[in-house]
Design a protein around this ligand. Structure first.
Ligand code: FMN
Length: 315
């Protein structure tokens, strides 16, 4: 039995990543019904909305789900408290110190998984008592660390550094990447970008269409010097990169970006001036099937991939 499947009470060692605006109750429930872990995104829910979303997931499934809480948000404590009151037992925390909440969450009988971009942080998480880490490489969509370690290096480095299980993230869309992640020391995978393009995702069709249209070079990292974000190239990313090249300060760039760009892209379909967080792996995503079909493909293809690897005898 796989340690992550046991810990999270899921059939397949796959997590449908927490993604602001995309991780709705519907997507989360679809994941849980498919035998993988669904996550609700704390970043795009107020505490009250989170409470309602938790109820909505429970109305649709008896499967396992949790909440993703970027700790940098000012309302993080409120969301965690609501989730605890509602009896949620799985917390994926990110963008903050694993020390702050882990004990309290454990005392409430919850599992704590923290997202890390380096092996050193994975060790800190282990020392802080978290149950597992998501090792997220810089290929992935959304916020990325200034360390910019690629998945193929990060996953084994993290696996060498800790004894707790590693969940690989960043660049995974199919069984080939899952097999690679397992070969490199992970015990499960967290998938974001691939699940944006599924039948149950509720964001703007224009965003999904853009994701389906790009190749592996179609994303860019903006805000490298202060808050790196990987997203689909558009007028917004070009403008930010231009400002960075021109030596504009962090404050000037943040003032230009303003607020609500992710929401504008995801809910209103503003694909030119909205922020379309997305990973490089979009280049391998070509269709929008039901979530369960994506999971079935990964699980079914896995044995074929591993057999192929076994035939590549290097001796
Ligand atoms: C649209 C989008 C929004 C994201 N929002 C969050 C978030 O709110 N919290 C978080 O911890 N990670 C967030 N991420 C990162 C994902 O949880 C996940 O680790 C990442 O997408 C994995 O890489 P992949 O996109 O190559 O699958 C986001 C990613 C995307 C694409």
């Amino acid at each position: 039995m796989n340690r992550i499947c046991e810990l999270l009470k899921i059939k397949h060692p796959i997590i449908c990543a927490g993604m602001v605006w995309w991780s709705t109750a519907k997507l989360c429930a679809a994941a849980a019904e498919a035998g993988i872990l669904g996550l609700l995104a704390g970043g795009s829910h107020t505490a009250e909305e989170m409470g309602r979303a938790i109820d909505q997931v429970r109305a649709q499934t008896k499967g396992a789900f949790g909440v993703n809480i970027p700790l940098l948000y000012s309302h993080a404590d409120g969301i965690i408290n609501v989730a605890l009151e509602k009896g949620v037992k799985v917390f994926f925390t990110s963008a903050g110190s694993p020390k702050v909440w882990t004990k309290r969450l454990h005392d409430a009988g919850a599992v704590v998984v923290h997202v890390v971009p380096t092996a050193k942080l994975a060790k800190k998480c282990e020392d802080a008592g978290v149950d597992a880490v998501v090792a997220e490489g810089m290929e992935g969509g959304g916020h990325i660390s200034s360390d910019e370690v690629a998945s193929v290096v990060l996953w084994p480095a993290a696996a060498d550094a800790v004894k707790i299980p590693i969940i690989a993230a960043g660049g995974i869309a199919d069984a080939r990447a899952m097999a690679a992640a397992f070969a490199l020391g992970a015990e499960a995978v967290q998938i974001g970008t691939r699940f944006i393009a599924c039948a149950e995702s509720e964001g703007a069709a224009a965003y999904v269409d853009r994701l389906l249209s790009i190749d592996e070079t179609g994303t860019a990292v903006t805000g490298r010097s202060f808050e790196g974000v990987r997203g689909i190239r558009n007028k917004l990313t070009d403008a930010i990169i231009e400002m960075e090249r021109a030596g504009k300060s962090k404050d000037e760039i943040l003032a230009f970006i303003g607020g609500g760009r992710s929401r504008a892209a995801t809910l209103d379909g503003d694909v030119e001036w909205g922020s379309m967080q997305c990973g490089q792996v979009a280049g391998l995503v070509h269709d929008r099937p039901p979530l369960a079909e994506i999971v079935r493909r990964i699980v079914d293809d896995y044995r074929r991939v591993v057999d192929r690897v076994a035939r590549m005898n290097p001796a």
